[in-house]
Design a binder for this molecule. Sequence first.
Ligand code: B12
Ligand code: SF4
Ligand code: SF4
Length: 379
Amino acid sequence: MRPGNAADLLRNWALEVGFDRAGIAKLAASSRRPEFLRWLEEGDHAGMAYMSRRTELRLDPRGIFPSARSAVCVGLQYSPLTGEPPAEGVLWPRVARYARGVDYHDLMKGRLEKLAERIRAAFPDCTTRAYVDTGPILERELASRAGLGAFGKNTMLLNEQCGSWLLLGELFLSLELDADVSIADLCGSCTQCLEACPTGALREPYRLDASRCISYWTIEHRGVIPQNVRREMGGWVFGCDLCQEACPWNGDAITAQHPEMHLPAPRAALDLTDLVRIDRERYVECFRGSPMKRAKQQGLQRNAAVAMGNSGNPRYVGVLLEALQGEHPLVRLHVAWALGEIGGGEARAGLAARRGIESDSGVKEEIEAALSRLESRAS
Ligand code: B12
Ligand code: SF4
Ligand code: SF4
């Protein structure tokens, strides 16, 4: 079979197994080597140590396996392009859209494996390897080479039809195939995403400093969130979509059906209050199969406490005081901070009472800091 015909066939099969976009990339060294190395050298990857491993492979996917020649790059559309109704309440509009339903890693990997089986049945000598997100691959660069879209200034891969509401995966193959053509720049003189980012994480076009990105702090970071970052997180509990929501290419036409990606009813029933006080059993039940498990139970409780603090809403004082007696120091620490942000007599009394019995030195310090903030606010 001619490489061009085989490419058409594979693209169609990718759509048939349930992807919304598919294209073919020839494997080659990255054309953005200096930018990637600078990103690492200047610490833009923050605490994501895995990003500084296997650098040469990331910069040249031909090493993924010795006979690798090409990749079928695929895209899966998600909310609002799947007709999901807008999220309601205080919590769900502040959970990144990609993360409300089933974990896309599992969904896409399953579909890529199906595609791989079909390809191997038709081309018995073909070697395949599937990746979704977690491999040492510059997925957006590969996808851009496969014609799936162009880099936006917010660093997202941007497609003319579905904007950046597109998750990426790829199937590496030992077949030589005709590649698709890259799409030209879609941003022009627009800078709306840079202006919309509340933290200045998009320090220049096409460059994201993860140490200032809400998505990084709420999803990837384990442990205590620095004080100055907490205020910048606003109401976000998991991820952040602001630099995408600002993008004029991100319309809301319904063009795909992936009900698996929609927020399921039992999870939708959770609000911020439920999340901060969630116990192990309910956490396991509500977040089975969810990508939000990446932040772990205490990470989600931590983020919910910060969102409550940033709301300044006194109606959260009761549940925060309850959570201040909880089991995990990481959660108690952020709860103490939140009480200090909201303030009021009840919050102050609760913090003062806890100060006497708190055993964790970090939490104790946070309680002191919250109380002195409240004192200086009162005077
Ligand atoms: C690490 C990581 C993060 C980090 C760092 C993000 C970042 N921008 O690097 C954090 C935790 C912050 C993050 C956040 C998010 N992520 Co993320 N993340 C990744 C991961 C694992 C690696 C990204 C990477 O290689 N970064 C290194 C930097 C240097 O690469 P880059 O940003 O792509 O930079 C390139 C361009 O800037 C380009 N470039 C540089 N200069 C110039 C100049 C010009 C003119 C041009 C055209 C290009 C250009 O060259 C660079 C190297 O290729 C990928 C999966 C993967 N394996 O690729 C997912 C991935 C990028 N994430 C994804 C998603 C969905 C998100 C979030 C939207 C989640 C959310 N809602 O919170 C946010 C978006 C934040 C943002 N604006 O990027 C999707 C993106 C899909 C898409 N359509 O682009 C991916 C591809 C996962 C997937 N399989 O679908 N993520
Ligand atoms: S995800 Fe949020 S914090 Fe990160 S770059 Fe985009 S707007 Fe800024
Ligand atoms: S908001 Fe404007 S500059 Fe940013 S990615 Fe979209 S089109 Fe490009």
